[in-house]
Design a binder for this molecule. Sequence first.
Ligand SMILES: [Ca+2]
Length: 376
Amino acid sequence: MTYFKSCCGKRAQSLLAIWSISWVLLGCSGPQTKDKLDNTQSTHSASVQSMSKASHQPVKLIFDTDFGGDADDLGALAMLHSYADEGAVDLLSVMSWANERHAIQAIDAVNHFYGRPDLRIGVRQAEQWYTQWSYSEPIANQFEHSLKSASQARAAVSLYREILSQSDDNSVVIVTVGPLANIQNLLMSEPDQYSELNGYDLVHQKVEKFVIMGGRLPDGGTDETTEWNFSGSMPGVTKYVLENIKLPIIFSGFEVGKALTTGSEINQHPKNTPLYVGYLHFSEFAPWMKENFTGEVLDNATFDQTAVMYAVVGGVGEHWRLSEPGLVSANELGTSAWRYDDAGTHRYLILPDSEEQRVKTQNYILERMMYAPRTD
Ligand SMILES: [Ca+2]
């Protein structure tokens, strides 16, 4: 996610005004109120076991994140480690859109915590910023990591090119849960020591599909309600990316994650974990969360986890369905639009209307997020 995707009304406008001044305040996804979930372990286990059976070959996956803003990126990364531990995913790299001062160290700390200290991390080449409310700082401060600054991480485009050049054709799934600047930079990249192909050709030769959390679908909303990942305060980025990828793209739009609520259950999670530390800090300090903070992790929307979940296990027919084929487009500001097209390469996730089904999906995600790391 997704700093801005849940915003609405005056809160959205006021934060947008702040955001336009600085990279530091990154919009909002509003707190949600909801009845307590039926959070039984038996329900969780049945759900996860059912989904696990759907797994086949590991999904070769690159995770591109704006880690440190909304806590859903943290939850999504925890889910990926869970899937990796059971062999459902081959996690090739984490790419960070975020240049917050502690983002890379925090991602590295999460990877260490889940037993993957050597997982390669790429970072967007841009000026760093610092924000006190990002949960990256407490995670970096409290958990072991190797990278001491963003300068010790790889440049995202270079790492993308290296990984793709070494991959089989049409074999890599790229999951994006933040603004698409890394993807634009990759598409625009020139041949280098890793590949004689330019970025466009390299992507279209090596990538199987993209799974993108972003946009408002199917109703694109207005320029005042543009979803954060598509806006990113980076005019033209999403438009360029969508116009220059001819591969299958499955979108998890704002509406999917907004309907799923997770967070407060993490209060029952061990306290000495990045998941708890990150979610608690996010609940206490994120501008759109702190007014409701009472000392515990708060519920929030569940955007990025849905993209990870779909990319690894699908879940079509069990947790959601896919739209008919079509095309998602975006204007310069990132405001999305959808049109059906039999020849279109895009589809988007659609949640069923039933509350029972939403709870089932929430519980599945919760169990994945709160998965205990391996101890070997
Ligand atoms: Ca995100």
